[in-house]
Write a protein that binds this ligand. Structure first.
Ligand code: C2E
Ligand code: CA
Ligand code: CA
Ligand code: CA
Length: 275
């Protein structure tokens, strides 16, 4: 809706109408998407730059809508958060990711994204513990990825939850680092195992000297704090070479592998990653 002039006449363009209708349809259909088997997990590999081997996969949610096709997570996850559906969907994602990883070679970890809404849920810890137990997956093979938005709203609550997770040997990664209001306080006060440097830095680091300086310094700082670093969005061999030279620990991106369906690692692309 747009407001024009002093008369405050509101009018909706066809585009606004369409967007509202789509949003409404997604909201309605997301509620039954899980039950209707429309959600699935894609897995994207991490490359360890020391050993040059695939060391794990990140689980990324996918929604195949029966009439609207593939809906990007950037569109449906906010809807899931606002409607509270994220709790059920998030639990399903954690459980499914653990079940998948339990079939992989034992040196591979699985990373699951947690939204800020989930971190406020008192039942989250039990849900994750249950997912691990049902899958028979060792907790050290599970990593959770959180973004800074989690920390802004309830820092103390988030710290205590993350401490409980790391007490169970589940590791914690800070995702999209460098975007938003990344505070050095987070590095000092959170039980972090890993920083994921946002894709925007990787994109510019070879053409922008200041950006390269930030990447190098972030890696050094993280290492001083015994935190590993994963670079996101690596798309070219030149970017990968640079990250190796500045001692980044892991890389993720289309160059290494796009998110793919892995029903069973045996006989899939995952197996050909040299495991
Ligand atoms: P994210 O956690 O930062 O995930 C990385 C996104 O970058 C993914 O998009 C991935 O497909 C994309 N990507 C990976 N490598 C490259 C690359 O080399 N180039 C480019 N251009 N893109 C790359 P995707 O799958 O669309 O997910 C978007 C966001 O949705 C995720 O960002 C995450 O915040 C959220 N999301 C996905 N799955 C889940 C989930 O299970 N739970 C929650 N809470 N959020 C999720
Ligand atoms: Ca992530
Ligand atoms: Ca990210
Ligand atoms: Ca992101």
């Amino acid at each position: 809706a747009k407001t024009r002039g002093a008369s405050s006449i509101q009018f909706f363009s066809a585009n606004d109408d369409e967007a509202a209708a789509r949003r409404h349809a997604l909201e309605r259909d997301l509620a039954s998407a899980l039950a209707n088997d429309q959600l699935w997990l894609a897995f994207q590999p991490f490359l360890n730059l020391g050993s040059d081997r695939i060391c794990g996969f990140e689980a990324l949610l996918r929604w195949q809508h029966p009439t609207l096709g593939a809906i990007p997570p950037a569109e449906f996850i906010p809807i899931a958060e606002e409607t509270g559906l994220i709790h059920g969907i998030g639990h399903w994602a954690a459980k499914t990711a653990c079940l998948a990883a339990a079939q992989w070679p034992r040196d591979l970890r699985v990373s699951v994204n947690l939204s800020a809404v989930q971190l406020k849920d008192k039942a989250l810890l039990d849900g994750i513990a249950m997912a691990l137990a049902e899958a028979g997956l060792e907790p050290r093979r599970l990593e959770v990825e959180i973004t800074e938005s989690v920390l802004i709203s309830d820092f103390e609550g988030a710290i205590s939850l993350l401490q409980s997770l790391s007490f169970l040997s589940i590791t914690v990664a800070l995702d999209d680092f460098g975007t938003g209001f990344s505070s050095l306080t987070y590095l000092r006060k959170l039980p972090l195992s890993r920083l994921k440097i946002d894709r925007s830095f990787v994109l510019d680091m070879l053409t922008d000297a200041d950006c390269a300086a930030i990447v190098r310094s972030l890696i050094e700082l993280a290492h001083e704090l015994r935190i590993k670093v994963t670079a996101e969005g690596v798309e070219t061999p030149e970017q990968l070479d640079y990250l190796r030279r500045v001692r980044c620990d892991e890389a993720q991106g289309y160059l290494i592998g796009k998110p793919i369906r892995i029903d069973n690692i045996h006989g899939t692309a995952a197996e050909s990653f040299g495991q």
